[in-house]
Design a protein. Structure first.
Length: 319
């Protein structure tokens, strides 16, 4: 990603990611930049990169990015890259603390749901000129923009699927995954009653980011999140209400843990069968396989499309 010369390290930097897109960008501002403002976009040269670069990366990316950086450093021997892995559940607090202390890295992965917040704090620099933005999908690229200014580039785009234990589903009497809401709830309940699961499906019980699990059900019910030509939100529509009531029913019926934290299902819980279903993206595949013992666990689980009410949500990352 960093194929051009690197700017001198600035005091504050960040980047962006949404529920479905990840951005990686060199950014920051000097100590003289007023809070809430950012420097003009820098221009990158065509020569080899030099200097020191600090990068923060979350999840599995944080663990594997150093390996990818080796190729970059071979092409740019004058660069010293330091990658710091950060757990996702600690990332937001770490960023806000670092913004206050003026100790953010030169580049980072962050949720684009935080982009507006960090831009308002003056913690972002515009993406340097010279990066070809035309190679990215427009929708993904737009998640890196705030007020028309681009602050990063997409790292990956993914979609949500339901992870499930095939072996426990079979024990519960299900040979194929469900395709509608009633079927999903019935299988989750059967996982508890017949397959020994403590909770049938792991769902986030509110809090930051919980909308990422609720919204696929709202879209499936035919919800449109805006009205008046996109000028107003439409969260009080009958379709959104129907989706949230369905989502809530998993907790009121004891199928999901009403005290679940921001990450309601851990990899060990899934591997042990304590929570045999959860909704997440493709990055979880390697994590659950590692927790389950590697290759031998691959045959025990699979993913399926989030069941539909009226409008199916397409899946593009199924194994």
């Amino acid at each position: 990603m960093f194929t051009h010369s690197i700017r001198r390290r600035l005091v504050i930097g960040s980047a962006a990611l949404t529920a479905t897109a990840l951005a990686l960008a060199g950014c920051g501002r000097s100590e003289d930049t007023p809070s809430g403002g950012s420097q003009p976009a820098a221009t990158i040269s065509d020569g080899p990169a030099t200097g020191n670069l600090t990068v923060w990366a979350m999840g599995t990316e944080g663990e594997n990015l150093p390996k990818l950086m080796e190729q970059f450093k071979q092409a740019n021997p004058g660069v010293n890259v330091t990658v710091t892995p950060i757990p996702w559940d600690a990332a937001h607090n770490k960023f806000t603390t670092a913004i206050t202390a003026n100790t953010l890295p030169d580049a980072a992965m962050v949720g684009t749901t935080w982009m507006g917040e960090f831009a308002d704090l003056g913690a972002l620099d515009p993406t340097p000129q010279g990066i070809d933005s035309s190679v990215f999908f427009p929708g993904a690229l737009d998640t890196t923009k705030v007020g028309g200014t681009q602050y990063g580039v997409p790292w990956y785009v993914e979609t949500r699927s339901v992870y499930y234990r095939k072996d426990l589903a079979a024990k519960a009497g299900f040979s194929t995954p469900p395709t509608d809401w009633d079927g999903l709830k019935a299988m989750a309940k059967a996982m508890q009653d017949k397959a020994g699961a403590k909770y049938g499906i792991g769902l986030q019980a509110g809090g930051t980011g919980s909308w990422q699990s609720v919204m696929p059900f709202a879209w499936s019910a035919g919800a449109d999140l805006t009205k008046d030509g996109g000028k107003a939100y439409n969260f009080d529509s009958p379709e959104v209400l129907k989706a949230t009531q369905y989502y809530q029913s998993f907790f009121t019926d004891g199928i999901s843990d009403k005290a679940a934290p921001a990450t309601p299902t851990t990899e060990p819980d899934f591997a042990s069968g304590k929570v045999p279903m959860f909704i997440s993206g493709p990055w979880m595949m390697s994590a659950v396989e590692k927790a389950g013992g590697g290759e031998k666990f691959k045959d025990k689980y699979d993913v399926f499309q989030i069941p539909a009410d009226k409008m199916p949500i397409p899946v593009r990352n199924k194994r």
